[in-house]
Design a protein around this ligand. Sequence first.
Ligand code: V47
Length: 385
Amino acid sequence: MTTSAALLTRANDAGLGAIADKVLARERLSRDDGVTLYRSDAHHVIGELANWVRERMHGDLAYFNVNQHINYTNYCNKFCEFCSFDRLPGQDGAYMFTPEQVAQKITEQLGEPVTEVHMVAGVWPKIPYEYYLDILRAAKRARPDIHVKAFTMVELEQIQRAAKKPIADVLEDLKQAGLGSCPGGGAEIFAERVHQKGFRLKINGDEWLDLAREVHRADLHSNCTMLHGHIETIEERVDHLDRLRTLQDETGGFQTYIPLSFHPENNEWSHLPGPSALEELREIAVGRLMLDNIPHIKAYWIMLSIPIAQLALGYGADDVDGTVVEEKIYHDAGATTPQHVQREELVRWIRDAGRIPVERDTLYNVVWSADAELAPVGHAAPVNA
Ligand code: V47
């Protein structure tokens, strides 16, 4: 770790001295500070500040998991401009897995030490309520000890419509059927201007946050995301982060924040370039600095590429997601990363990045650790907030 004096000098030289003072004193950054961080071109100083916080919280530990993604349908009626994954039933490439097919996908991986299945998909109003319960039950039947992390807030809104009952009852049913936690997608950018321009048929920011609150009230953890690098302004990004932070103060239910880099192929926003590598790293860093109450920042390697995810472990991230197996949302949008890596490869990349690999389960209990003293197996991952 750099000394605080050296870091302060560099931050002062970059015009970020006041922010660095706050970071070192563990003070909360304001919205204006967030705007300053985005406007500054001192990428590496911002990265160093975020790394300082990351090491204060997690030392050199870097988390990964052995997981499997299942995108159970690409039927969708939301027509989001940034999306390359959605199809209408009958359209070329449209699909919807039966509960048996979901079980089959999980059974195919029984030889791998998978601890989590991550299920997200499009939204289709004709899907009956029972289907959602059935795919959860099918997953648990296929692998009873697996943690099912499923359904973004956007899917939950549709599931509640299908159920025609209060969200608290729906969440109770889903838990009974096997739901263990919720992923962080569908948040995009909370600002109403962007919602209207890019994804107006989908729930808006307030609705996403209200549903996340209900999820946390139902004693479920969830993740949170921000889709960046398209038509949003810096102020809208800061607004998004601040609203996540405010809800987290209230509920404490978010485990991980994942900045999602916009991928521009095969969608309505293909004319936009998408974020550069430096912008992706800055997004990780600003997330770490602004979200002082969210324990983990994930560099989702599928989206970032392996080299950028490795760099991100020095820019504020402490997690790289998992082995994944099969991914459609980013690959339909032009991602060129592999869809599957072996557990051992993740371990090697993390070591190459100078960090200590720790395999976690979805709720950040340590499954395996390269340093049993710093992160003992069977215990919750250490966080020094
Ligand atoms: O909700 C869609 C985004 C999300 C594009 O919780 C796009 O651990 C970029 O939720 N370019 C789904 N992004 C992915 C998701 C997720 C991924 C990894 C980990 C976790 C977690 C959650 O992907 C969608 C949307 O925000 N998305 N299209 C695109 N063209």
